[in-house]
Design a protein around this ligand. Structure first.
Ligand code: PMT
Length: 220
């Protein structure tokens, strides 16, 4: 395998939040900073992979130049980018926190404040990871699950429904895990049913352990 075990492999990664516009001023978003996905991208590049990083709005910068970065704003845009990059990927890892719903219509002008309550109708966004599961040929497909309750059961449900090889569970009940932190505490759950809790560690180390695990699965 050598020092660059992912040389010749294409790794597709999603990272960060998506923003779903309400009007020209406002959006529906979430707290993802992009740190977890960026750590995965930098690690994949360091292992010799050809990396495509599709990322939602984030201020983060990449240290290396070898990563192809595609900046998007909405779930729909992330979906389009993933669709054009997925077919020839060897490994795909979805670390983005994609909005599940978007406003059904986007107001042309800033919505004016009125006295009464305001209702915004929401409609579902495309499930990007589910698409990747459906289109899967030889890709090793990894999803993340961010949970707040019934963590293992919910993560297993996503693994099955989205036809994943591996899901990386992180829970907002664990200190130092999830959004914005420099660290994460994850559990690897495999298609074969293995449940492997990991220690709290830097997101870079989580990313390194993830690729170690994937390589063992792929080339064992
Ligand atoms: O960016 P950070 O601040 O470092 O935070 C990292 C993180 C918490 C965002 C990351 O570790 C993480 O858990 N990412 C997934 C967050 C999430 O939206 O999980 P979910 O359980 O809602 O989604 C399950 C999986 O489906 C995820 O791989 C997600 O990328 C994917 N998905 C979800 C909805 C959708 N419409 N399309 C998708 O591809």
């Amino acid at each position: 395998i050598g020092k660059l075990p992912l040389r010749g492999k294409k790794v597709l990664i999603t990272a960060g939040p998506t923003y779903e516009a309400i009007d020209p001023v406002r959006f529906i978003g979430n707290h993802s900073s992009g740190k977890m996905g960026f750590a995965i991208a930098e690690t994949a590049a360091a292992l010799g992979a050809s990396v495509v990083l599709v990322c939602g709005p984030t201020h983060l910068k990449l240290s290396g130049k070898t990563i192809e970065r595609i900046d998007v704003t909405s779930a729909e845009e992330m979906f389009e980018a993933v669709k054009s990059e997925y077919a020839d990927a060897d490994i795909a890892i979805a670390a983005a926190a994609v909005a599940d719903y978007k406003p059904a219509t986007v107001a042309d002008q800033k919505i004016k404040k009125k006295g009464a309550a305001l209702q915004i109708n929401l409609e579902p966004t495309p499930d990007i990871l589910k698409y990747m599961g459906e289109q899967k040929q030889n890709q090793f497909l990894v999803g993340f699950a961010l949970e707040t309750e019934n963590e293992i059961a919910n993560a297993k449900g996503k693994l099955t429904r989205k036809n994943l090889d591996l899901i990386v569970l992180n829970s907002l009940n664990d200190t130092g895990a999830g959004f914005k932190t420099e660290t994460n505490k994850v559990t690897f759950i495999t298609r074969e049913g293995d449940i492997l809790p990991q220690e709290l560690k830097a997101k870079e180390k989580v990313a390194q352990d993830l690729f170690q695990f994937i390589q063992e699965k792929l080339y064992a």
